[in-house]
Design a binder for this molecule. Structure first.
Ligand SMILES: [Fe+2]
Ligand SMILES: [Fe+2]
Length: 392
């Protein structure tokens, strides 16, 4: 028994406001900065004249029809999988209202204004399949300027980010225990291990550039926590007699994502790549960019990075996606895997929204130009760890 299957969803962006596209997205995608003034005013009116309240800028949210189609699909397929993995931005903001709606979605509680049809969904947990998460930048927004910081995420999703279902854990001896969690799935003679790290900004002062605090992450001492927890679990499970195991890392921000906007970048991402290489990680799951992409680690060809795409977020350019993974564990840190990406499709005739497999994933993305250079990567590694790592 050494075969595992899991589902990855990401960037759900659940909110008390459904089907909303932020002015920032519209202005950026239409390449029309002159629209910003007008749209800022529109947002201002929405936020202060309506009951939406609290935010000067409100980020884009989610498509309620897609969210319902997704929940229905998950109920249909989740029994065939060992775990459901969520790589961040579960909620649109870190406000209690948004996080509560996100949490209750998995319990099958759908707000009345999402659909006119009567949908009595059951809780996804009734299937007994674990659901594990890592927070994203949106889940950490805590004030009217979308500034980042440690907020109420853990109150809704548990200290171990597993909905308080005792699937995941954290190392009490790790000083980054608030930001690093792990889950161990065991079968007869093998284990599948997930180590999750939260690289959301701790404070807006760690951002780069104007409005960088909204979309950026930063690799800091949390990385050391991921490395030490990974190595500790490896030696523990070997002592327990397991001869076969696979380690998968999960984060929200994909490192060196090709062409990523500077406002969405992961600062110090080469440190993460370096750790992926030195810790012999073969699979890194991420989200954040809202675009699905399967690419090789630029400094370690054996490592694969998956960015899921947004599963239910409203995005002016992209569709919605989720992925299914198949892993065959063959030895200690030895495994083969494959993945399929599913893209939203609309059946207009039958008025149905479905997810169907993308035949050309990841080949369709191969022509996209990468904005990093191997020379830069090597220079970064030769220069050693960044100052953030050294400080910790
Ligand atoms: Fe997102
Ligand atoms: Fe994000």
């Amino acid at each position: 028994m050494s075969k595992y299957k899991f589902i990855q969803i990401s960037d759900l962006h659940f909110s008390r406001i459904k089907n909303f596209t932020s002015f920032i997205e519209v202005a950026k995608e239409k390449d029309a900065p002159h629209l910003i003034d007008k749209l800022v005013f529109e947002d201002f009116k929405r936020n202060f004249i309506t009951k939406w309240g609290k935010k000067l800028i409100y980020p884009s949210t989610f498509d309620s029809d897609v969210a319902i189609a997704l929940l229905s699909r998950l109920h249909g397929i989740i029994n065939n999988f060992d775990v459901l993995v969520i790589t961040g931005d579960i909620a649109s903001t870190g406000d209690d209202d948004d996080l509560r709606i996100a949490r209750e979605y998995f319990d099958g509680k759908i707000p009345k204004n999402w659909t006119k049809a009567k949908n009595n969904f059951h809780s996804l947990f009734k299937h007994g399949v674990p659901i594990i998460t890592v927070p994203g930048n949106h889940d950490r927004y805590h004030d009217f300027l979308l500034n980042p910081g440690f907020g109420p995420y853990e109150r809704f999703f548990g200290m171990a980010w597993d909905f308080d279902k005792k699937v995941s854990n954290y190392d009490d001896g790790c000083k980054n225990k608030f930001y690093v969690k792990y889950s161990i799935l065991e079968k007869l003679d093998s284990c599948l291990i997930f180590v999750a790290g939260d690289f959301s900004l701790r404070h807006q002062i760690y951002a780069e550039g104007f409005l960088g605090h909204i979309g950026q992450g930063r690799v800091d001492s949390v990385l050391q926590g991921m490395v030490s927890v990974t190595n500790k679990i490896r030696s523990n499970i070997i002592n327990e007699g397991y001869k076969k195991y696979a380690v998968v890392w999960m984060v929200h921000f994909p490192p060196c994502f090709p062409g990523v906007d500077s406002g969405l970048k992961l600062i110090n991402d080469y440190d993460l790549l370096n750790a992926v290489k030195n810790t012999n990680i073969k699979l890194l799951l991420a989200g954040h960019t809202h675009e699905p992409l399967w690419y090789r680690c630029p400094i370690h060809g054996d490592a694969h990075i998956f960015s899921c795409g947004t599963t239910s977020g409203v995005d002016v350019n992209n569709s919605n996606y989720y992925s299914e993974f198949y892993i065959n564990v063959t030895g200690p840190d030895e495994y083969e895997f494959n993945a399929e990406c599913y893209e939203l499709s609309v059946d207009a005739k039958n008025k149905k929204i479905e997810f169907s497999v993308m035949q050309d994933f990841p080949a369709a993305r191969k022509n996209k130009s990468f904005n990093f250079s191997i020379a830069n990567a090597v220079a970064n590694i030769n220069n050693g760890p960044s100052s953030d790592i050294l400080k910790s």
